[in-house]
Design a protein around this ligand. Structure first.
Ligand code: FAD
Length: 503
């Protein structure tokens, strides 16, 4: 018999999980949230909860002896990464054969480390990716609900045009326009009122102090300040941290039993326990949820899972690259870490790309224009369970990344040619690497909506078992994904609470 029983369990505490926890709590259903990372609310010896990208310490990464930032080098020098002591830090880089995936660890998941860009996909592309979802209802009800709950806001255009902190963005906009390309403002969950006060010197700097991928101490509306705070406020939700869900099985009465390893700050498993529940919501993200399901399928604890479990995974076509500007096109030593603009060439059917204009906040003038391109790469891969390591393996190949690179290259060759500029060769570790195609910020899929689940995230083959996170998205959504993940989770919860939990 399970040790501890709750009506509902939510695994993870990122976007999909946070929505589930809040809506369950509001419905009066006692809910346990299980998160493998820590709770980020206690200042360290320096008085800060999170460390900055410029002086990373043990808080930066999940059990590493050296940081593994996306930009490996600067002027080919190994100056970016630093030695650290192993600790349950906030950013993880999960390495597979040809692809590594950045994910957040802690209460709030990816919201603790991401760039805050809160983008709603073009309606036509959403409809293409989710043919069985009522698109009109998504855009009239669930996307607006997600944006309002997440606290989405937009930069004041007048301030944007005048502030030194977005000079890097204006330069990239000019170069895109010189190539006849369209740019668009990108909304954010970073509080721009706070950012303007940072610039004015009346608020403690965070976005203007190099803080982003290892957490923001101020200004960011991460999930612990929005959905999860409200969830705890219902009085029905409890969060357990430093507990990693491992196994899922079904008891003879149809309830679920979740096996959990509790770890300490050295990563050692200090306790293994079991929790029981009637309703089980999987919100461990594309990697976390898919691993739990392929393990349950292969080890026979959930044998009725269907063949689509593990499939349909993609990188959202992510490619990072830098361009070298002319000496007169300075990007500024002061750069906000929060992107606010993208080059939008998604409507170009021969080469759809949406490229966000990314900061490189080193504190020095470096003449680099940096981008994270989202390309419409149709390649997909699958996860399989590897019993030797008791983990999921990803079948992504280098050739599949090359598809994203060739699309990004087409767009940026145009920009370079219109501006007589070249790529930067010094940023990604080897002298010839211009396109960083070996990592993604946007892991999507593994348990795709309508294939491994029904059209509302109910896992096929089982009742009262749900997926609410990025594993539902079929490998690509064309923009930064968290608004879509949040909106889909709102849609699932609205349906499930009416249809599945009636007494
Ligand atoms: P996640 O947010 O990944 O949450 C999953 C949680 O579950 C994590 O806390 C994890 O520790 C926990 N977990 C996993 N497995 C287990 C387990 N077995 N047991 C217990 N807990 C578990 N997206 C945007 O839209 N805009 C951006 O600007 C943006 N920038 C990004 C920048 C970076 C550096 C990164 C890494 C990502 C960025 N993203 C951005 C992507 C975005 O953060 C993710 O798409 C989003 O967080 C995914 O939400 P999710 O609910 O699927 O899972």
């Amino acid at each position: 018999a399970a040790v501890d029983n709750s009506p509902a369990i939510v695994i993870g505490s990122g976007y999909g999980a946070a929505v589930a926890a809040l809506r369950l709590g509001q419905a009066g259903i006692r809910t346990l949230v299980i998160e493998m990372g820590g709770l980020w609310n206690t200042p360290g010896p320096d008085g800060k909860v999170f460390c900055s990208t410029r002086t990373p310490d043990q808080r930066s990464m999940w059990f590493r002896t050296r940081t593994e930032a996306p930009l490996a080098t600067f002027l080919w020098l190994d100056v970016v990464n630093k030695d650290i002591s192993p600790y349950p830090g906030v950013l993880d880089r999960v390495r597979f054969a040809n692809m590594s995936v950045f994910v957040g660890r802690g209460v709030g998941g990816g919201s603790l480390v991401n760039g805050s860009m809160a983008v709603t996909p073009p309606q036509s592309y959403f409809a293409e990716q989710f043919p069985t979802v009522d698109t009109a209802e998504m855009y009239s009800t669930y996307f607006p609900r997600a944006r309002s709950m997440l606290g989405v806001n937009t930069v004041d255009p007048a301030w944007f045009e005048s502030t030194e902190w977005y000079r890097f963005t204006r330069i990239s906009r000019k170069h895109a326009q010189n190539a006849g390309l369209k740019t668009t403002f990108v909304p954010s969950v970073y509080d721009f009122g706070h950012m303007q006060r940072e610039a004015a010197g009346t608020a403690t700097r965070s976005a203007l102090a190099g803080e982003v991928i290892y957490g923001n101490n101020h200004g960011k509306r991460s999930l612990d300040k929005t959905y999860l705070a409200s969830a705890l406020g219902t009085g029905n939700v409890t969060i357990h941290t430093m507990e990693r869900a491992k196994g899922i099985r079904r008891a003879s009465d149809g309830t679920y039993v979740v096996t959990v390893d509790r770890i300490d700050n050295t990563g050692k498993v200090v306790e293994t326990k079991e929790y029981g529940c009637t309703y089980l919501f999987l919100g461990g993200g594309s990697l976390g949820t898919t691993e739990l399901l392929v393990r349950a399928q292969e080890t026979g604890t959930l044998p009725a899972l269907n063949a689509s479990v593990g499939a349909g995974w993609g990188t959202n076509g992510n490619v990072m690259l830098g361009r070298a500007n002319h000496l007169w096109d300075t990007v500024g030593e002061n750069q906000s870490t929060m992107p606010v603009m993208g080059i939008d060439d998604w409507a170009n059917t021969s080469n759809p790309v949406f490229a966000e204009i990314a900061p490189l906040p080193t504190g020095l003038e470096h003449w680099v224009s940096l981008y994270l391109a989202i390309t419409k790469n149709p390649q997909r891969a699958s996860f399989t369970y590897d019993s030797a390591t008791d983990s999921a393996k990803l079948g992504w190949s280098a050739a599949q990344s090359a598809v994203s690179v060739s699309m990004a290259k087409k767009l940026f060759d145009r920009i370079n040619s219109a501006n007589s500029t070249i790529y930067r060769y010094d940023l990604f570790g080897s002298s010839s690497k211009v396109f960083a195609d070996d990592f993604t910020y946007h892991p999507l899929g593994g348990c795709v909506l309508g294939r491994a689940t029904d059209d509302y995230g109910r896992v096929k083959g089982y009742s009262k078992l749900y997926v609410t996170d990025g594993s539902l998205v079929p490998g690509s959504i064309g923009v930064n994904p968290f608004v879509t993940i949040t909106a889909l989770a709102e849609r699932t919860m609205a349906r499930v609470l009416v249809e599945d939990t009636a007494p």
